[in-house]
Design a protein around this ligand. Structure first.
Ligand code: FAD
Length: 484
């Protein structure tokens, strides 16, 4: 029996469910990745994620070569439509089965169902496995057998169910002698960015190490400060979180390794590790929400919220453009948008602040913000992004109540108290005294003059007045009051 492992959002060899299953079930195992035209063709021509994928594929290829030990070992990389290319490759390699890890996003499910059918027609099997999360689909249900829609009981049930078996790694290396050399025609190196029709991103993502080695480096670094995570994680100027999200997105690190380490430390009384484990559970939570409630793609989790009338028309478009560019006149919001635009990353606290600002200060449909994040975040993950946006707009499961509206100035004072983050991303305001930095329009004329700030010229005046916007939001959300 020979098999083909199709890598997708799992760009590593260590602790890889599908690779392990293929190696233990087949005599000969080939490995492939498809740079899927159906995905790539819709992306902007400068996309840091494509660069991240290519660099990570180089490392995956090297890792497979080393494990195979044959000069023609390594990863087969195709640039094609995956749903056609995988059945064709399975045919040309003469394998009996294709192995892959689950990808539960709606488009991926549709693609996989096509692949399954095409393989079946050719008498080949398509085996898929859980790998991307600790628990998935219907593995954690309420006592009455329903999916959870509130996080805390889900988390409690998750923690009750977790055991050493669930967190065990797949010992891929032990069976690596079954990796097959590539046929001559598939021995090409990983394609270059330009050959895919992409350009290098203008501003490099600083400190974004790629591949499994990069992920390990970040994780090692994080373990040195995980104990302080629960204090540090809310302050964007501080190196508090792990920065592992892009690696979790592309599977350059195993979620089991992360959860096992965090769980072990949490059991030993490390408070930061316990909080961090909760974040990994949020990740599983949103994946199972997407699985059980696929209508969240494009619709509110709570249907009543689809009755909300959002601002539309040229004025709303101009406000949306100001939000995207980071020129709303609210420094924390603008600095956060500069962070995503320059690096492809945004700190979690800031994601909540800018999402709330778009929806509840500007009155703009959360789906527009969700789409902007989907294009610009390195770690864009449909389930977590949709969950985050629906949380901020109050339309989601276990979301914040609609009448809770972040004040962008007090958020700034609380979470960037010395203005370090704002100064880093908005150098035009750097010379302002800290107090004035959070709300420059309240600064004394002399303070502005001495700092070289001319409101409306070097930095915008606020595009909305928060208290008035808050009132409008409460009125806008009145339609859901009875249904909520
Ligand atoms: P850490 O604090 O180190 O957390 C560790 C990991 O836990 C993260 O890498 C992530 O995989 C997971 N995690 C943490 N918080 C959450 C959460 N609230 N929901 C789900 N998983 C979580 N996360 C994404 O991975 N992709 C997205 O597209 C995404 N979009 C978001 C949009 C909005 C509006 C909001 C409010 C949050 C979003 N998040 C998203 C969640 C969170 O902001 C990021 O996971 C986090 O900032 C990534 O940084 P980190 O890896 O340093 O996080």
């Amino acid at each position: 029996l020979s098999g083909l492992v199709w890598f997708r959002r799992d760009l590593r060899t260590a602790d890889h469910a599908a690779l392990y299953r293929a190696l233990t079930q087949c005599e000969q195992v080939h490995c492939a990745f498809v740079l899927d035209r159906e995905i790539l063709d819709g992306l902007p021509r400068r996309d840091r994620r494509v660069e991240f994928i290519l660099a990570s594929l180089e490392e995956l290829d090297a890792s497979l070569r080393a494990l195979c030990g044959h000069p023609q070992g390594g990863l087969i990389v195709l640039h094609a439509v995956a749903s056609e290319a995988i059945p064709a490759l399975a045919h040309s390699l003469g394998v009996q089965a294709v192995f892959a890890n689950h990808d539960d996003e709606p488009q991926a499910l549709a693609r996989d169902s096509l692949v399954r059918t095409r393989l079946a027609v050719a008498g080949k099997a398509f085996h898929t496995f859980k790998d991307h999360t600790i628990f998935e689909r219907s593995e954690v249900l309420t006592q009455t057998g329903n999916p959870y829609s509130v996080f805390t009981p889900y988390k409690n049930a998750w923690l009750k169910k977790i055991d050493a078996f669930q967190l065990q790694s797949y010992p891929v290396e032990r069976h690596a002698h079954r990796l097959a050399p590539r046929p001559q025609e598939h021995c090409q190196p990983v394609p270059a960015l330009a050959s895919l029709g992409f350009e290098a991103s203008v501003s490099p993502a600083p400190g974004l190490p790629t591949g499994a080695r990069g992920a390990q480096q970040l994780f090692d670094d994080f373990l040195g400060r995980i104990e302080r995570y629960d204090h540090a994680r809310d302050f964007p100027a501080v190196k508090g979180p792990s920065y592992l999200s892009v690696h979790l997105r592309f599977g350059t690190i195993s979620p089991r390794v992360l959860a096992r380490t965090a769980n072990g430390l949490a059991q030993a009384g490390n408070p930061g590790a316990a909080t961090w484990l909760s974040e990994l559970i949020w990740r599983d939570f949103y994946f199972q929400i997407l699985h059980h409630h696929p209508h969240v793609v494009g619709h509110s989790f709570k249907p009543a919220y689809d009755a909300i009338q959002w601002e539309t028309g040229p004025e709303a478009d101009a406000l949306f453009a100001a939000w995207c560019k980071g020129s709303t006149g609210y420094p924390l919001v603008d600095a956060a948008m500069a962070q995503i635009n320059q690096t492809g990353y945004m700190h979690n606290r800031l994601r909540m602040v800018v999402a709330s600002f778009l929806v509840k200060d500007l009155g703009i449909d959360w789906r527009r913000g969700e789409a902007y994040f989907a294009t610009h975040l390195n770690d864009f993950d449909l389930a977590a992004n949709n969950g985050g946006w629906q949380w901020a707009s109050s339309s989601g499961c276990d979301a914040q109540p609609y009448f809770r509206i972040f004040n962008p100035v007090s958020q700034s004072e609380k979470f960037d108290p010395e203005g370090k983050f704002i100064r880093r991303y908005l150098p035009q305001l750097a010379a302002l005294p800290t107090k004035a930095l959070h709300a420059p329009w309240l600064a004394r004329p002399l303070e502005l003059q001495e700092a070289g700030v001319r409101l409306g010229a070097t930095y915008p005046l606020p595009v909305v007045e928060h208290d008035a916007a808050r009132q409008r939001t409460l009125e806008r959300y009145a339609v859901v009051k009875t249904a909520a």
